[in-house]
Design a protein around this ligand. Structure first.
Ligand SMILES: [Fe+2]
Ligand SMILES: [Fe+2]
Length: 166
């Protein structure tokens, strides 16, 4: 398995996109299945956002200051997703707004991942090179071991509070 930071993040994106597609294909009445898929989304997004927020973004910001605006925009996009994730994590699939909120989460996160993949990752790859990306990849794999899986876990709680209050 590659330990290149961008390859790892793209793998995550692919898994997330797969769950999004399954949700969209689930149909109107598949409440139980949609509940499970949203649980999976919450888990994947909480972990992925965590390793980007804690490792990838700060490292890139430090090493490539010219990409600072992109990083700040990404933090804001994560913030919007965090709010939706926190709200969804306390909802039931039978709630009136469950599908609509999930749809907006999918739209927002898809836009964000597209932007990372098409615009941001190429700039980062060019700026950092292979060796540094491997070092960052290693650090992300390490961080993933203890990354929170739900927004209510202590290590995600600060983020959750920030998302709702600020
Ligand atoms: Fe991101
Ligand atoms: Fe990402």
């Amino acid at each position: 398995m590659s330990n290149d930071a961008i390859v790892l993040l793209k793998d995550d994106h692919q898994q997330i996109r797969k769950v999004f597609k399954d949700f969209q294909a689930a149909g109107d009445n598949a409440e139980k299945r949609k509940g499970q898929l949203v649980d999976k989304m919450i888990e994947l997004l909480t972990q992925h956002t965590y390793i980007e927020n804690e490792v990838m973004y700060p490292r890139v910001r430090e090493l490539l200051p010219e990409l600072e605006d992109d990083v700040l925009e990404s933090y804001e996009e994560h913030h919007v997703a965090d709010v939706l994730v926190v709200e969804l994590s306390s909802m039931k699939p039978s709630d009136e707004r469950f599908d609509a909120k999930t749809t907006i989460l999918i739209e927002n996160v898809t836009h964000h991942m597209d932007e990372e993949e098409q615009d941001w990752f190429p700039k980062v790859r060019e700026g950092l090179g292979r060796k540094t990306l491997q070092e960052i990849g290693e650090a992300m794999l390490e961080a993933k071991k203890t990354a929170p899986k739900r927004p209510s876990q202590p290590s995600a709680l600060k983020k959750t509070i920030d998302a709702v209050i600020f």
